[in-house]
Unconditional design. Structure first.
Length: 120
């Protein structure tokens, strides 16, 4: 059984905390968040292959490279990242037991480097 997967999501991240809109008394994800999550899901699925989602507790390590040094919260992109892997790498993000995030700058290649490990 596969117990670890690594992949890179290129481009700028989206912050889910600032990416909702209210219409007709309902909360909606913006098109930008939906598009980013769809792209991230495709990359995760391609890296994961045809394996079944993890059923056990998991740990996530992510290194987020922003394009510049503007002030940003480190947890902003986290929820979108977790949602993008639901049903692909793991059944549900409630399985996440541990998260390690590092924030860095790469002006030429902003991205998120992701490593997911399964605890048995």
């Amino acid at each position: 059984m596969l117990t670890k997967v690594n992949f890179i999501i290129p481009g700028n991240t989206v912050s889910k905390s600032n990416s909702y809109r209210i219409a007709n008394r309902r909360l909606y994800k913006t098109a930008q968040v939906k598009q980013w999550e769809a792209m991230a899901s495709q990359i995760a699925a391609a890296s994961w292959g045809h394996h079944n989602p993890f059923e056990y507790k998991i740990g996530i390590r992510a290194r987020i490279y922003f394009k510049d040094a503007r002030r940003r919260d480190i947890d902003g992109p986290l929820k979108s990242l977790l949602d993008s892997m639901n049903g692909i790498i793991y059944k549900d993000d409630s399985q996440v037991r541990e998260i390690n995030i590092i924030k860095d700058i790469d002006r030429d290649f902003p991205r998120i480097e992701v490593e997911i490990s399964c605890y048995k």
